[in-house]
Design a binder for this molecule. Structure first.
Ligand code: HEM
Length: 156
């Protein structure tokens, strides 16, 4: 797609970028928990949950579950390809934007913005760190990557 200005329609063709975006959110999610109140008594797997209970879905646990993801700690964007579609094995599995009636309404906008921004940056710039640095992902309270290091951006 080169360095041309990008339109909304052409962001749809950035399939590899979308897979990398999803895989980044899977491994380094912004939201750590998705809370819900039970409106009525409900059984969830082996758990009996009473009406009124506050239940937290632990997002990183679902996103790294060995039961559902192949080699879950590996950065592997192709797990989101049409052929593998690991995220679609269960509707409560890919949780960076939550799930159900209150799932993030900005999910598609955020994805289009991220693809357009990455396209603009990656076709014009090269990125590196000024020194060897092992980043950590932490919740404070939203997910952030620790950053006591300078990012070096070079125009290419
Ligand atoms: C990477 C970017 C974003 C992430 C990771 C994110 C994540 C989330 C999560 C986890 C929830 C809770 C969903 C649930 O309870 O099931 C949420 C809700 C929400 N998000 Fe986002 N979000 C992002 C961008 C945006 C943007 C760009 C907008 C608006 C333009 C937006 C608007 C909302 C709103 C209004 C809700 C509440 C929905 C409801 O309770 O019905 N988000 N988001």
């Amino acid at each position: 797609m080169g360095r041309s200005r990008i339109s909304y329609e052409s962001t749809r063709r950035l399939e590899a970028t979308e897979r990398a975006w999803k895989e980044t959110l899977r491994l380094l999610p912004v939201t750590g928990v998705v809370p819900r109140y039970a409106l009525r008594d409900v059984r969830l797997g082996k758990w009996q949950i009473p009406a009124g209970a506050l239940v937290y879905s632990i997002v990183p646990t679902a996103l790294r579950s060995r039961e559902w993801w192949t080699d879950p700690t590996r950065f592997d964007p192709d797990r989101f390809s049409e052929e593998r579609a690991e995220d679609r094995k269960h509707k409560g599995l890919f949780l960076p934007f939550g799930s159900g009636a209150h799932a993030c309404i900005g999910m598609h906008l955020a994805t289009v913005e991220a693809k357009a921004l990455w396209h603009a940056m990656l076709t014009r710039c090269r990125f590196g760190l000024e020194r060897d640095y092992r980043a950590r992902h932490t919740y404070a309270p939203l997910g952030v990557v620790s950053g006591d290091v300078k990012l070096v951006v070079e125009r290419v």
